[in-house]
Design a protein around this ligand. Structure first.
Ligand code: RAM
Length: 492
């Protein structure tokens, strides 16, 4: 087997570096407003669409020669509602430094100021916190040089018969475009980095839209290049000042590397990459073994907190979903093993799959007709979705039965994607479309021009981080309606 000699992390990272994308840049300029601003005044600029880029302000003074600095507070927001919250009131556990807010003192006017950071926003509010009473501030111009590695010409505009689907597709494409930077970022506001689970969904949608397949390849090599000593992959990675994997591992994200690689191989036919990264796939299956008990079922490791993601519903028991994810990714690994000519691994894995499918029968509650999870035998939508995708059931009614039984709900568009995959697998095409209309359409009705990190229709402003001000409202794992619509529903 020619690929068994594992390439070094350095060689993987060199390949990733050679695939660094070109960034397309476009400047959007807004003229200043007529009014001049005094202490306590503010002006809000609406750029009309979500932008990711660098901001420039052109300022001047009016009246007496400026005899004191101007003290400004700038707030950037993806949604207008963020401007009604304040940094001081945020009590959540995520760093407040994510909040896109700056204070600035300008000593000399007129001035042209280029802000040093990159922002993700549609709205900019400028507030004058301090200025001498002898002059006023005039904002002459605000502009943003927006950047993306997505070629905007690439996705042809689709025309659905239903205008809501048109809008959902447009917003989904905008979401992905904004997250396509030097890597597939999860969100350009937060966390601005490459996450494995997000990558798989971004790549899928990219194949139907911008088709920057080298960016997918780059991200796959970045992960392979940041593997830990035991070969397992970090759940996310940083690229600045240099590439470094995070120290966190998650069972599901690590395994989804196999699925992302299989998708990429299917899409591009790039066999060399599939072969070079095959040992990385195997290492994820080796790492996953530690989570199985002798009965072939998953056991949450003692004291483990973030061992597996699945969804942001904090009450979720993840054991059954994790088993489904393992089976789903194992299916992908079987096909990659064939490509890599690794017959021994293929045989061993397929035996394990049969045994674990058998073991999973213990997770089925025949009275409820549903899968349960964990010691409390929790019934969740997540467990049913992954039971379907893991091949544990083909029951076309299972998801609707779970919903009627009051199963624990989904809160992230990430898991909603897998619900759509499950519905499609069960042949429920109309319901898939129905969910796109109601769930992603729901965000559109709430004014989204990019799709959000979290959306719970019963609680649109909910956040697992203790405050919406740190939520990301342009989050790539939310972009997959364009994948479904463009692949399966072009005739609607
Ligand atoms: C958040 C980010 C990211 C996601 C992880 C699990 O921190 O939103 O997109 O993959 O959670």
């Amino acid at each position: 087997m020619k690929t068994e000699s594992i390439m070094s992390n350095k060689a993987f990272l060199d390949t990733a570096e050679s695939l660094k994308p070109h960034l397309y840049r476009k400047t959007v300029t807004l003229p200043g407003k007529a009014e001049s601003l005094n202490r306590g005044d503010e002006a809000t600029y609406d750029f009309g669409k979500h932008l990711t880029g660098r901001v420039r302000l052109v300022l001047s003074g009016e009246g007496h020669h400026p005899d004191a600095p101007v003290w400004l507070r700038l707030r950037f927001a993806e949604r207008l509602t963020e401007l009604s919250e304040s940094l001081e009131d945020y009590r959540g556990w995520i760093s407040t430094s994510w909040i896109q807010e700056e204070e600035l003192r300008v000593d000399v006017l007129p001035a042209e100021i280029r802000l040093p950071r990159r922002y993700a926003f549609r709205y900019l509010r400028i507030e004058v916190r301090g200025i001498s009473s002898r002059f006023s501030l005039k904002i002459r111009e605000v502009s943003c040089e927006a950047a993306t590695s997505a070629d905007e010409e690439a996705p042809e505009k689709l025309h659905f018969r239903d205008p809501l689907l048109d809008r959902v597709d447009e917003v989904a494409c905008a979401t992905l475009r904004e997250c396509m930077q030097e890597v597939f970022e999860d969100g350009p506001k937060r966390d601005r980095r490459l996450w494995l689970g997000d990558l798989r969904l971004q790549a899928l949608t990219n194949y139907e839209t911008f088709r920057n397949n080298d960016l997918v390849k780059r991200c796959l090599y970045l992960f392979a290049g940041t593997a830990l000593a035991d070969g397992s992959l970090p759940t996310c990675l940083f690229t600045e000042p240099e590439v470094e994997g995070d120290d966190q591992y998650m069972f599901d994200y690590s395994l989804l590397f196999a699925k992302a690689l299989q998708d990429y191989h299917k899409e591009t036919g790039d066999r060399k990459t599939a072969e070079e990264l095959w040992p990385t796939v195997k290492a994820q299956f080796a790492a996953a073994e530690g989570f199985f008990g002798p009965d072939g079922l998953i056991r949450v490791p003692e004291g483990a907190e973030h061992w597996c993601f699945v969804d942001w519903n904090l009450e979720l028991d993840k054991e059954t979903a994790a088993l489904g994810i393992w089976l789903y990714c194992a299916e992908a690994a079987l096909s990659l093993a064939e490509t890599a000519g690794d017959e021994a691994f293929r045989r061993e894995l397929s035996e394990k799959m049969s045994a674990r499918r058998k073991a999973a029968e213990a997770l089925f509650d025949p009275a409820a007709g549903l899968f349960v999870s964990g010691p409390a035998r929790q019934i969740s939508l997540a467990s049913q979705i992954w039971a379907v995708l893991g091949g544990l059931t083909e029951d076309p009614e299972i998801l609707s039965r779970a919903a009627s039984a009051g199963a624990l709900k989904i809160v992230s568009p990430y898991l909603m994607h897998y619900e759509l995959e499950a519905l499609m697998k069960l042949g429920r095409k109309e319901e898939t479309l129905g969910v796109i209309r109601s769930y992603w359409g729901g965000m559109v009705r709430n004014g989204a021009d990019t799709f959000w990190e979290l959306y719970d229709p019963e609680d649109p402003d909910g956040s697992p981080y203790g405050g919406t001000i740190v939520n990301s409202y342009c989050h790539a794992w939310s972009c997959t309606p364009s994948y479904f619509l463009r692949r399966h529903f072009r005739d609607r």
